[in-house]
Design a protein around this ligand. Structure first.
Ligand code: MLT
Length: 315
């Protein structure tokens, strides 16, 4: 059994180096096979995961040699961090390494929705030239409502500002007096106010017990009929049945979803709607972001296994 177990598709120069210098089990599908995953972690000193592998209390309890779990990404909703702390297992992650990429995708999704770029491409590709049919809207002078003004929410705000939008945000955890928040020129408002006035509502909340399913029928019913909803955070923050109903009933005008409540999703109803854009959780998937992410977690794993300290640690 190997000292390092890589349970998902995590590649790049730093991973290659780690594989050349350490005993690594590299099995990108391991996260899907619960028994094999448990067996591999039972003897491993390190596990490197993305967001699919559920690192539960039970798994940690069965892994006496485990020293570090490295999460190649920002979200830690799939790692029982409390159980890791109790067991003395370091949790390393990459909290900001992919934020710019996610923020840029969000702007891309906003433009794709409002200009219907994917549909125009499909139509043109099959011989169409329907210029008037693809008349869209501008971002300019629209209101962008950001739900969750953390790292990515702030980067979205900075980038959207360049389009001349009005920026508002809702976040119970930020201090309006914080100079970083003041410099963003974002008006902090209540969630009902944000939903009532936003042309774009972009979700940037982490997945917690409080946020699970928070975007539900009640919230969609408070949005404007022309509102476009973007989610590049976590699929489980959305009640997908309610979103589907809101889209079908024209309670809102459209949605772009990079994340789904089950990934990969079961192909279903969203795929049939013209006012929906779906992407396969690619927010963090740029060459630049992945290089940074993989470098961070591989460096931490190598450090811990040689008796040193990880530097990008969740506390
Ligand atoms: C993240 O949490 O960093 C992103 O959602 C990407 C990922 O999970 O791999």
């Amino acid at each position: 059994m190997s000292e390092i177990v890589v349970t998902e598709n995590i590649t790049g120069v730093a991973m290659q180096q780690l594989r050349e210098t350490h005993d690594v089990l590299f099995d990108p599908q391991l996260w899907q096979r619960a028994d094999d995953l448990a067996a591999a972690l039972q003897t491993a000193k390190a596990g490197i995961v993305r967001n699919q592998t559920q690192i539960t209390r039970e798994l940690i309890g069965q892994a006496p040699n485990l020293q570090i779990i490295a999460r190649a990404g920002a979200g830690l909703d799939n790692v029982d961090t409390a159980a890791a702390a109790e067991a003395g297992v370091v949790v390393s992650y990459a909290p900001s390494e992919n934020s710019v990429s996610v923020a840029e995708l969000v702007l891309g999704l906003m433009l794709s929705l409002v200009r219907r770029i994917p549909a125009a491409w499909q139509d043109t590709r099959s011989g169409g030239w329907d210029r008037a049919g693809f008349t869209g809207g501008e971002l300019f002078q629209k209101t962008v409502g950001i739900v969750g003004l953390g790292r990515i929410g702030r980067l979205v705000a900075q980038r959207a500002a360049g389009f001349g939008v009005t920026l508002i945000a809702h976040d119970d955890y930020v201090d309006p007096a914080d100079p970083q928040i003041r410099d963003l020129n974002v008006k902090l408002v209540s969630l009902p106010e944000l939903l009532a006035v936003s042309d774009f509502v972009s979700a940037h909340v982490p997945l917690t017990e409080q946020t699970r399913g928070m975007f539900d029928a009640q919230l969609f019913s408070q949005m404007k009929p022309n509102a476009l909803f973007i989610n590049a955070s976590r699929g489980e923050t959305v009640n997908e049945t309610d979103l589907l109903a809101a889209l079908r009933d024209n309670q809102i005008a459209g949605a772009a979803l990079d994340v789904r409540s089950t990934e990969p999703p079961v192909i279903g109803e969203f795929e049939k709607l013209d006012n929906v854009i779906l992407t396969p959780h690619i927010g963090a998937f740029t060459h630049e972001a992945q290089e940074r992410v993989v470098e961070t977690v591989c460096r931490d794993v190598a450090a811990v296994l040689s008796g040193g300290e990880a530097t990008s640690v969740f506390r």
